[in-house]
Design a protein around this ligand. Structure first.
Ligand SMILES: Nc1ncnc2c1ncn2[C@@H]1O[C@H](COP(=O)(O)OP(=O)(O)OP(=O)(O)O)[C@@H](O)[C@H]1O
Ligand SMILES: [Mg+2]
Length: 558
């Protein structure tokens, strides 16, 4: 088996872990010797001035208009839907660079190509295959876009798996218990809550998802936005200058600087033994320095924290559980470093939440590597040195270390056998466009949080007499109204005028173990039949992906 990789393609930060034929994992360092690569792409004036990662992110202070951050939030959108929603901070505009309008998949591909490059340099071997992670509630369109980004970066993408599943695999590699785990993943751009069961079966450790919920617009960026707004309000109070009026007074460079300062202040605020930090905002020779305490931070962002609680409750309800049924809460995503969030979670759950059971920043790529290994036929994973326990400034508290010693498994030479059956659940319902009393609606066949592989059948009636073709249109979402759902694609069933009004067609929606969605339709008597994979209607075509991959390769060589 060749060396394969697992990639955590985050909204703000990425990491990559390789796994070799012996099942040995290795967290990869980038060219700065760091395990974490910021998801930032900077388009300099010339093609050889392309920057990816840390140096790109630093451009937010000087040239934010040519910088793309948070591209993950745009995944699954068409090029012309990309507008960005971040005032004064890229992407504020469509991705127009070097006289080309870039698709979100292509920007993500640049990041993935950088990670691939780093791994190849460190390991001295070519890497072809990867498992990439995405938020659990990513729908088909976003998942597909993530897969295509991997293909453009010249990976063979074995699978796109949910981040919490990956985190749980990383955790399950280090533990022995059968338990119900709630993964609380608060990252830079997204919040995911997922309930999983880890069991020991004859074939090894099994990790199965039970329910998931979340929001792709609830992450560190939003906490930062709230504090930025607070800074602007305080500035206005002091100087009577409205900074966020239209046209904006703050230039994008000032905004970029404020964002960086607010983020830095947040990280400083939640360092051990710190209770307060200061942020300075300057405009037109006027200056405000504002002290922010942990209490004030919690108060100003409580609405967002409250939203996390609501998503937890929904996921528990969907799983038919309550907090008492959860054995372990795994807090991952770097926003989980915020003690205000740790305390809030302790409050709602009534549980002794332990932050730092695994490294919140690197466990996802490690789990993705484990999954890649299992997919390629491996089963016994060896975490020789628990890199996750110390990578990227991550320090386990003494309390956690004690807990770990009790289990006597962490941080030691671990060999763990995994079962290759890992079940995921659907993050959204999937249905077929149908008509009732003249009104179109989406008839849900596969329901949210159903575990897959799965399939469901339903008989529909032909709406038109002697039609040539019947479109079977598939939507994803919780609403019955097609306009509130995502169009996944259409399959054309050839009828050739053979069927009369009202004749039955049996339609089956199939979600296979790789997450691929298929439609099967049959009219028994006439032998009319089709079975077809649903290809994303709004996405890039196979040709687009090929062309982009070639373009990317040329760019890399430039
Ligand atoms: N020590 C820290 N204390 C508080 N917040 C932090 C700390 N380190 C990073 N963050 C914040 O965590 C967020 C990034 O988290 P993370 O790296 O887990 O996100 P991500 O994986 O890129 O995002 P996502 O999983 O949403 O796609 C940023 O908002 C960052 O400011
Ligand atoms: Mg993440």
């Amino acid at each position: 088996m060749e060396t394969i990789v697992g990639i955590d393609l985050g909204t703000t930060n990425c990491s990559i872990t390789a796994i070799n034929e012996d099942g040995k994992t290795r967290l990869i360092k980038n060219k700065y010797g760091e395990y974490i690569t910021p998801s930032a792409v900077y388009f300099g004036k010339e093609k050889n001035e392309l920057l990816i990662g840390k140096e790109a992110k630093e451009k937010s202070n000087t040239d934010p208009d040519n910088l793309v951050l948070f591209v993950k939030r745009e995944m699954g959108k068409k090029k012309d839907e990309v507008r960005g929603e971040n005032k004064g901070f890229a992407p504020y505009h469509p991705y127009d660079f070097w006289e080309k309008n870039w698709a979100p998949e292509e920007i993500s591909a640049l990041i993935l190509k950088q990670l691939k490059d780093d791994a190849e340099k460190e390991l001295g071997t070519k890497i072809n295959k990867a498992v990439i992670t995405c938020p659990a509630y990513f729908g088909d369109a976003e998942k597909n876009a993530t897969k295509q980004a991997g293909e453009i970066a010249d990976f063979e993408v074995l699978e796109v798996i949910p981040e919490p599943t990956a985190a749980s695999l990383s955790y399950a590699a280090l533990t022995k218990k059968n338990e119900s785990v709630l993964v609380f993943d608060l990252g830079g751009g997204t919040f995911d809550v997922t309930i999983l069961k880890i069991d020991n079966s004859e074939n090894g450790r099994t990790v199965n998802m039970i329910a998931t919920d979340g929001d792709h617009k609830l992450g560190g960026k939003d906490w930062d936005d709230y504090i930025m707004s607070y800074m602007e309000d305080m500035f206005e109070k002091k100087w009577h200058i409205e900074l966020y009026s239209e046209p904006r007074n703050l230039t994008s460079v000032m905004y970029g600087k404020l964002r960086i300062d607010v983020e830095k202040a947040k990280v400083a605020l939640f360092k051990e033994n710190t209770n307060s930090t200061a942020i300075t905002i300057e405009y037109g020779g006027k200056k405000l320095t504002q002290e922010i305490s942990r209490d004030l931070y919690a108060q100003k962002t409580s609405k967002l924290t409250e939203q996390c609680k609501e998503y937890c409750n929904i996921a528990l309800k969907e799983a038919g559980m309550n907090w008492n049924d959860i054995d372990t809460i795994l807090m991952i995503g770097s926003m989980s470093n915020c003690t205000t969030i740790q305390e809030a979670l302790k409050g709602w759950s009534g549980k002794d939440v332990k932050f730092g059971l695994i490294n919140p920043k690197t466990c996802v790529s490690e789990g993705a590597a484990i999954k890649a290994y299992i997919l390629e036929g491996g089963n016994t994973v060896k975490i020789i040195e628990n890199q996750n326990s110390h990578a990227d400034d991550f320090e386990q508290s003494d309390e956690i270390k004690k807990e770990i010693d009790k289990e006597q498994v962490y941080g030691k030479r671990i060999e763990q056998k995994f079962n290759n059956e890992i079940k995921s659940v659907l993050s959204s319902s999937i249905g077929i466009l149908a008509k009732k009393d003249g009104t179109s609606f989406v008839y849900k066949l596969l329901k949210k949080n159903m575990s897959y592989p799965t399939e469901r059948k339903q008989v529909f009636r032909v709406p038109t007499d002697k039609a040539k073709v019947q479109n079977i249109t598939v939507y994803e979402g919780e609403s019955e109204k097609p306009e509130n759902c995502n169009l996944l694609g259409t399959v054309e069933l050839e009828l050739n005028g053979k069927l009369s009004y009202g004749e039955p067609i049996e339609v089956t929606l199939i979600k296979d173990r790789n997450g691929i969605l298929q439609v099967e339709a049959i009219h028994q008597q006439s032998g009319i039949y089709i079975k077809s994979e649903i290809k994303r209607e709004n996405g890039l075509s196979e040709n687009d992906v090929k062309n982009s991959a070639n373009e990317m390769e040329e760019l890399w060589l430039a």
